[in-house]
Design a protein around this ligand. Sequence first.
Ligand SMILES: Cc1ncc(COP(=O)(O)O)c(C=O)c1O
Length: 405
Amino acid sequence: MIPISRIVHALEPSATLAMAAKAKELKGSGKKVYDLSVGEPDFITPQHIRDAAVVAMNAGHTKYTLASGIPELKNAIAARYNADYGADHGADHGAVEYGAGHVVVANGAKHALHNAFFATLDPGDEVIIPAPYWVSYAELVKLSGAVPVIVPTEENTGFKMTAAQFRAAITPKTKMLLLCSPSNPTGTMYSGEELGALADIVLEKDLFVVADEIYGKLVYPGNTFVSFPTLRPGLMDRTIVINGVSKTYAMTGWRIGWTLAPLHLSKKMGELQSQETSNPCSISQYAALTALTGDQGCVSEMLAEFTRRRDFVSERIKSIDGLSCPEMAGAFYAFFNVRKYLGRKLGGVQIDTSEQFCLELLTRKCVATVMGSSFGCEGYVRASFATDMDTLKEAFDKIEEFLKS
Ligand SMILES: Cc1ncc(COP(=O)(O)O)c(C=O)c1O
């Protein structure tokens, strides 16, 4: 038997994709499944973006590109960042201005994260990750030989790591802080002040930050997103921003994400990518270019629909006995507390863990969710509301029936 390497042997498969696969299996057996497992907008990619891909294909943009992406797209990524968060955004936000050289376009934000970790971490380096965290973070850090240091947070602080918790987790081996705001899985978002307190420690302790800002455009009315490098002078040299088109423009299948990073690091990440995967799909890059430079009305339309769903899901969770979740400020997930239902029987079956909870809910009521344990937070369940209202309504009716069984 061909042996599996130690590092890959230790890899956990993605729990969200595993739940989605189980849901598909049930669907395949003819059952109606309410799938709240996967973080993927249900909308089809907007028409003008799809059209741009067809035009690109017919114009012959079907060949290798620069490994780090076509210059037009890199320029557009930098320009959009600068326009949204850069110099014109008031006194606090004056320092940051990116150019095309700061950008590496990757095969999705997940790949951008891999580039970021692989290019900066050495074996034994510690990366601080507040929990609950997105399922892939710890595994991607481990793949680079570094050590994830998980800092548990609480529902009553919106699952946000405080400056004191951050400080307490730092050791001489700490190299990096990994932040995701708005957060997958909790939907909560750090305020500028909260991020500023973390940023001060980053500067004081000479650390680096990976700021996953993939949900930065999916922020609900009344909340303000602040991009990490804009918080303090000097942070641009210490931060790798992760972003992409998957969530904002409903383009999960096109596989375009990117890093914004200091020039010397971007150059190295481009070289890494040139050896590992070459360029991301040429046609997808042209589609992403249109997404970023075209009419942004599609983003507001999708956000309006997500807001309606967020309000509905939030109300339903509050109305069900024993469930709770913090207010969702962005992204499209509810991370709800099911502790009251653990350690007892539901429908005659003993449920002790969030994993058993989710498996029983899927088997008995055909509602697919993801267990909190896979996000490093037992006692909770994540439901994605990137699905239509009818599915959400029926799914929450089923969840309520399940809890009463
Ligand atoms: C927080 C976070 N970062 C990154 C990604 C990866 O996105 P992409 O589809 O661009 O690889 C996801 C997708 O679920 C995510 O939730």
